[in-house]
Design a binder for this molecule. Structure first.
Ligand SMILES: C[S@@+](CC[C@H](N)C(=O)[O-])C[C@H]1O[C@@H](n2cnc3c(N)ncnc32)[C@H](O)[C@@H]1O
Length: 245
């Protein structure tokens, strides 16, 4: 199966989702404005207190907006994604502050869109690399904060990533997880869905994480991804903050 996250279409959709201004996404149309700026809110609405010298990790960072947002709170941030094209775009944003893309209007009609890193972000704090959340390199460990936004239901084996979390987050550190629990066989074989045997995913997630983490906060986080001028993906992720024991 080809990876959809390497396609032109998803690269453009994610650059707009992460860096588009409200009007560039919704224009003057009616719509759920509270669902805009999800990548920024996935950090600002979940993060707890951080030390100035903190190290953070964003797994499944896509084109990197939340990674840059974490740099407001941490001295160094690593963004990791499986998609080489997403990471190349994030790298370009780090190096030059912007990345040229397009916004689909309808059919083959599109107009130029420039993704830009927000003013006030220190890009030197951020590094990006490709990697597999289910098989992260051994050196990644002991972070003060780890974010995984809308990642787990895109992994073939979410348990492999969840089982690595106690090592990734240092004692006293925080784990920020968001997920709409959209299980699809296209990404995750049915036997690996957290929701099974009549149980909800969140119940199973708590069972997996509670031996190592204390649940500190939950927050509903709506998100809106523009496909074209009049078609959007709307979801409500469950955001959670967990303290590593
Ligand atoms: C639904 S998107 C969420 C992206 C971003 N965190 C956000 O909130 O917009 C899922 C992301 O996970 C990445 N991904 C999928 N499988 C992965 C894996 N095995 N390891 C790392 N990243 C992966 C995809 O490339 C994509 O960027």
């Amino acid at each position: 199966m080809t990876n959809p996250y390497e396609s032109d279409q998803l690269l453009a959709e994610y650059l707009l989702f992460h860096y588009g201004a409200d009007d560039e996404i919704l224009g003057k149309l009616p719509g759920p404005r509270e669902a805009l700026s999800f990548p920024r809110r996935s950090v600002s609405e979940l993060i707890g207190p951080m030390q100035r010298d903190a190290r953070a990790l964003d797994v499944g960072c896509a084109v990197g907006r939340a990674t840059f947002e974490l740099a407001r709170y941490a001295a160094s941030v690593t963004g990791i994604d499986f998609s080489a094209r997403f990471i190349a775009a994030a790298q370009e944003l780090k190096n030059s502050g912007s990345c040229e893309s397009s916004r689909r209007i309808e059919g083959d009609l599109a107009e130029p869109f420039t993704a830009k890193v927000s003013a006030g972000i220190d890009c030197s704090r951020v590094t990006f690399e490709t990697g597999d959340a289910m098989n992260l390199r051994p050196g990644l460990a002991g972070f003060d904060a780890v974010l995984a936004a809308n990642l787990i239901c895109r992994l073939p084996e979410p348990r492999k990533f969840l089982d690595r979390l106690p090592q990734l987050v240092k004692s006293g550190g925080q784990l920020l997880l968001t997920t709409p629990f959209t299980w699809l066989e296209e990404f995750t074989p049915r036997e690996n869905w957290l929701a099974r045997d009549g149980r909800r995913s969140f119940e199973v997630l708590k069972e997996i994480l509670t031996p190592h983490f204390e649940l500190q906060a939950t927050k509903d986080l709506p998100f809106l991804i523009r496909e074209h001028e009049r078609k959007f993906q709307y979801g409500i992720a469950l955001g959670t903050r967990w303290l590593r024991r």
